[in-house]
Ligand binder design. Structure first.
Ligand SMILES: NC(=O)c1ccc[n+]([C@@H]2O[C@H](COP(=O)([O-])OP(=O)(O)OC[C@H]3O[C@@H](n4cnc5c(N)ncnc54)[C@H](OP(=O)(O)O)[C@@H]3O)[C@@H](O)[C@H]2O)c1
Length: 261
């Protein structure tokens, strides 16, 4: 049990982030839950406080805006919250051919999937180093390994956060602070509906539950691993994507993703 330690989870109002928060609460962590839908966060905080005798604070904020990191850091300072575990999970995708995508939505996506987690991690790691312990979990994707037609900017942002986080993991070795990257494949959450992507039978068949993905991610983070890919099919897909030439991978991914569009 990890009593009296504080875990900050972004995107805790739904899907993988909500299940990561549940998993951490079961392990005794106090929680700082962040997303835009405050009603959902509050309901989760009330439930987990009651069931696990932990403390859970709620912070409602849009994390895709240019000043999002400073705003969140100011709230943490005001509430005197010191973060032992940081889970950068919040995000969304948008399934659309690159040149038809709304540029502002694309910029917001890069901010929430890459710039925001980088800024927040950079701001919180020094405190963790001073205290001699801390754990970071970055939620990337199997798209980190695959340029993905329709998910061009999404996959590029996920590739960037995986690369940056793997470097951080290496550079932090021996400090007591670790950085783990979770790379889920298709997972049963609100993600598909929000991104406007209708999955096909192959994707539906390999979809994992967000509980299973969350458990794999939290376990890997607590073990201090660099990268974890939940599920055999996702591991195989990621491995093949890195072994095959890109002129093979890109049309293959396009075909798989086209599905029932
Ligand atoms: N589901 C999949 O197939 C899949 C696969 C690989 C990776 N992932 C990654 O897993 C992470 C979680 O996604 P999910 O599948 O759990 O999707 P989800 O069910 O749609 O949950 C997304 C979470 O992110 C929050 N969020 C979205 N935009 C936000 C914003 N602008 N500001 C603050 N919070 C925001 C949402 O909260 P509010 O709407 O309340 O703000 C929600 O809590 C994402 O990084 C996603 O890229 C998902």
């Amino acid at each position: 049990m990890r009593k009296n330690e504080m875990a900050l989870v972004t995107g805790a109002s739904a899907g993988i982030g909500e299940d990561i928060a549940r998993d951490l609460a079961r392990r005794g962590f106090n929680l700082y839950l962040v997303a835009r839908r405050g009603d959902r966060l509050q309901a989760l905080a009330d439930e987990l406080t009651r069931e696990h005798q932990i403390q859970a604070l709620v912070h409602t904020q849009d994390l895709s805006t240019p000043g999002a990191c400073d705003e969140l850091l100011a709230a943490l300072e005001e509430e005197r919250v010191s973060v032992d575990v940081l889970v950068n999970n919040a995000g969304f995708g948008s399934f659309c051919p690159t040149m038809e995508a709304d540029p502002e939505r694309e910029r917001a996506m890069v901010r929430i999937l890459f710039q925001f987690p980088v800024d927040l991690t950079r701001a919180l790691v020094p405190g963790m180093l001073e205290r001699g312990h801390g754990q970071i979990l970055q939620v990337a994707s199997t798209a980190s390994f695959q340029p993905s037609p329709g998910y061009g900017m999404y996959a590029a942002s996920k590739a960037a956060i995986l690369s940056w986080s793997n470097v951080l993991h290496f550079e932090l070795r021996g400090t007591g602070v670790t950085c783990t990257t979770l790379c889920p494949g298709p997972t049963a959450t609100e993600f598909g509906e929000i991104s406007g992507h209708i999955s096909n039978r192959l994707q539906d068949a390999t979809k994992m539950s967000s509980e299973a993905v969350a458990r794999t991610g939290v376990q890997a983070m607590l073990q201090g691993r660099a990268t974890v890919i939940p599920g055999f099919a996702n591991k195989l897909g990621a491995l093949l994507s890195t072994r095959m030439p890109r002129w093979v991978v890109v049309p293959l991914v396009a075909r798989v993703l086209r599905g029932s569009q």
